[in-house]
Design a protein around this ligand. Sequence first.
Ligand code: ADP
Length: 504
Amino acid sequence: MKQRLKHSFSPFNPFARLGIQKYSTTLPVITTVATAVGIELIINNLLNNPDGVALPAIFVFIGLIVYFAFRDGVKGGILTTVATLTYYLYIIYSRNYSAQQLQTGLETVFILSILYTAIAVIIGWLKQTLDVVIISEVKAREAAEEGKVRLESVLDQMPVGVVLVDARNNTVHANNHIENILGRKLVSEIPDDKTHTSPDLAYLNGKLIKPSEWPVTRALQKGEKVFAEEMEIVKPDKKKIILRVNAVPIKNSKGEIVAAVSTLDNVTAEKEQEVRKDDFINMASHELKTPITSMNLYLELLERNLKKSKDTKSLKTLKSIQNQTERIQELINDLLDVSRIQTGKLIFRKQTFDLNLVVQESIETLENLAERRRIIFKPANSLLIFADRFRIYQVLTNLISNAIKYSPAGTDIVVSAYKSGSKIRVDVEDYGIGIEKTEVDKIFERLYQVADRTEKTFPGLGMGLYISKEIITRHKGKLWVESEKGKGSIFSFTLPLNSGKTTT
Ligand code: ADP
């Protein structure tokens, strides 16, 4: 009832009309005219002393001007003022005043007209300004609300879980997928390390991740951008799932972090598939190793016999077969190395040796593949290192054979080995096809090959650099590339200089 009353009076309540830019013309005029008629009736019929009404009437009309200026803006105020002044003039001319009284009356009306107009304009202008401010605020609020609703529906459509956290660690929004992935609702506040109980996130090696190390917390508190970090979590039904998590901070125009957004994806099935694929590659390469070894032995036997019978034509054919089996052998070895890296079984047998000699050896092995390319070696005085000789040889052959493979005949390949501070550095420089900037980091990933092969196709499976990087990193060194598309590349690695220690 109260509500309905309030509602039905709202057209007359000027405060309820704030922010409504509908300014009435008829209501101020009708009300003022009706008031004047009312006053006239009172004066003519009820009162003995009509002059006593003059002062209250002035206040009534001021009240009306204030009311309509506040209700209907400058227009409402001015219309009321005009109607009021017209009534005042009617009084003056209808009362048989003397010339003196007429003069005084007109002067009074003139002064009142200035006063009333000023009141009408000031209050009306204030009302209209307030309307503009309120309307723009309402519009801004509606736009923000609409933007929020739109963002939330976009987030809900995304195929991954998305969490938005504000600067006070409160979860502002978690889309539907979060609940599907985690099997529960997300906590409304990110806990700190002390108050946190469960559920526990853990790295894939089993190490628990404290709330302060969660990707979203790192993004929010340290401004870190976390990309594709993998972790596991136990769902309420006790099933363990693997999550791939990204998180980025959101900054305002001043660069302050005001929120963070994190995406979660359940990659358990993908990971299981990967494990199955790795197992298959591992098994297949082990199975292939035995027949290839026997084939090599038979080929050697055949070679000896053909040499005895001096059958040069067959010997040439045999050489081609031997080259092809060698290639298969290399591929199998690479596959085995990749699976050793995956399972943490790549073992090094370290010894002290001069790196110059190993570089020299790998160049000699590859020289017959270089065709019309010149391999220039710039050695340094004794470069003793403590490392796995075979594995370093493997890295060098990979880098030099890539330099051959990815550069045109007739160009030079320059290999330099030198001391650089407390390290030994090797650069393998070619003037070949080069690598696009966007690809530079990816070429060290497992099975990655640059896709853009418009002019020529290059054989390979994209394992060499992955294996080389692992070998160098495990020797506490670094492997990187500087390259320009179409100009060539410099692959470089560093290794610690042998400090005399012979422990691994
Ligand atoms: P593969 O050579 O067997 O494809 P790698 O792991 O050795 O595998 O190399 C990965 C990718 O890096 C190659 O496919 C090639 O696109 C690029 N790459 C490697 N070395 C060079 C080089 N010297 N010049 C240009 N591209 C190279």
